[in-house]
Ligand binder design. Structure first.
Ligand code: SF4
Length: 398
């Protein structure tokens, strides 16, 4: 069935100019009082250092791999979203967890940390376009349609970590599991087994990760996949299509990884002798099929680190990470796979002025931009996260 990725629609996410005024109507709760230090302030590095020192063990700063260098410099630990949430949970002495990443990551950290800890996101407009492509009311609506089609009782939701707490909670309520890009294969195998003969998986919100895991990692036919478009009646599918499908893929994607193309892979192979292409599984299926290696950010880092000196890598993931890899491993040739600039714009909203503002506010006893997930949502989201940790062979790895 339909498996190619065309250009999905975005749930509107109005953006604001960093640190300038606020518009609560359009900014989804962004509190930006306009007193951020200027980006050009030469004392920002010293101010960040001083604030961190003043807070000592009361603060723990997490930096996602896709963050800017200027922010990563102040991270106590770096990693992907799940690793960072676990790191936060393992630091109960830290009263404040400053999450340099995006909103859904801070939510997961809040779910996994103790009630006595407060998670802070330096800029509340640091969302994720993929997570925003699956709103909870859309997912509820989809489920109701699956009930009407008579397939819901044989459908198990599998939800990627890159989703809102509300979607994780939906997953827990319906007996599903969360997955990461590292354990998607195990999670999907488990879910298919739970669903039983003729059963289905509803994979949220990244169609590419779902498709790549099903077809590439499990070696199952692409024809078993259908794409649920939340903007169309019945997801744009017929009851027969739903009944025949094994994988119901939500029509969401990553605005960064979805941009890598087959042309870019071919150009890298033409231009760089013996190049190895390594891409993230959020890339389109046709790109993943052409790559030499596919894996999570952690796998990409480990692969390049372990490669023999003198090897060449064209890397298909966020540009901040690729640039750091190139700097860290000068004995390799590490290039960015796509010619178009490919930063994650929302990740990049966390900059040094916002970090300094958040840290200095804490020093002054003011908690800004706290992320709190309500207890009921957190409970069911935790059920789905615990299910992931209970997956066979899952050792809470990255
Ligand atoms: S890189 Fe993609 S999935 Fe990650 S935060 Fe940015 S838009 Fe979301």
């Amino acid at each position: 069935m339909t498996t190619t990725a065309d250009t999905p629609r975005h749930t509107p996410l109005p953006l604001l100019v960093l640190g300038h005024g606020r518009d609560l109507e359009s900014e989804r709760g962004v509190e930006c009082p306009g007193d951020l230090p200027a980006p050009s302030d030469p004392s920002l590095v010293a101010r960040a250092r001083a604030a961190k020192e003043a807070l000592g063990e009361r603060v723990f700063v997490l930096g996602h791999h896709y963050q800017r260098d200027e922010v990563i410099e102040f991270a106590d630990v770096t990693g992907d979203s799940f690793k960072l949430a676990k790191e936060a949970a393992a630091r109960p002495e830290a009263e404040y967890v400053v999450f340099c990443g995006v909103h859904f990551m801070a939510e997961s950290a809040d779910i996994l940390t103790a009630d006595t800890q407060t998670v802070v996101l330096p800029d509340l407009a640091a969302g994720c376009s993929m997570a925003d492509m699956a709103a909870v009311d859309q997912v509820q609506e989809c489920w109701e349609q699956l009930v009407e089609a008579g397939v819901a009782d044989r459908t198990v939701p599998v939800t990627y970590m890159n989703s809102s707490a509300a979607i994780k909670s939906f997953t827990g309520r319906h007996g599903g599991t969360i997955c990461t890009s590292s354990n998607a294969k195990t999670a999907l195998s488990w879910a298919l087994e739970q669903a039983g003969d003729g059963g289905k998986v509803l994979f949220l919100p990244d169609q590419h990760l779902g498709r790549n895991t099903y077809a590439r990692d499990l070696g199952r036919p692409l024809e078993d996949c259908v794409v649920w478009d939340p903007h169309k009646p019945m997801g744009g599918l017929t009851v027969e299509q739903l009944r025949d499908a094994t994988m119901i893929l939500w029509r969401g994607h990553c605005s960064v990884h979805g941009r890598f193309t087959v042309d870019a892979v071919e150009a890298a192979r033409r231009e760089i002798p013996d190049v190895k292409v390594i891409v993230h599984p959020e890339c389109r299926h046709e790109v993943v099929e052409l790559a030499d290696e596919v894996g999570s950010t952690e796998k990409i880092i480990k692969t390049v680190a372990a490669a023999p000196a003198g090897t060449s890598w064209a890397v298909g993931t966020e540009l901040n990470l690729v640039r750091r890899l190139a700097a860290q491993f000068p004995e390799q040739r590490v290039v960015f796979l796509e010619k178009n600039v490919c930063y994650c714009s929302t990740m990049n909203r966390i900059d040094l002025p916002h970090l300094v503002w958040a840290l200095e506010s804490l020093v002054e006893g003011r908690v800004v931009n706290a992320i709190r997930v309500d207890e009921d949502t957190a409970h069911w989201a935790r059920v789905a996260l615990d299910q992931m940790l209970a997956l066979p062979g899952e050792t809470a790895k990255d």
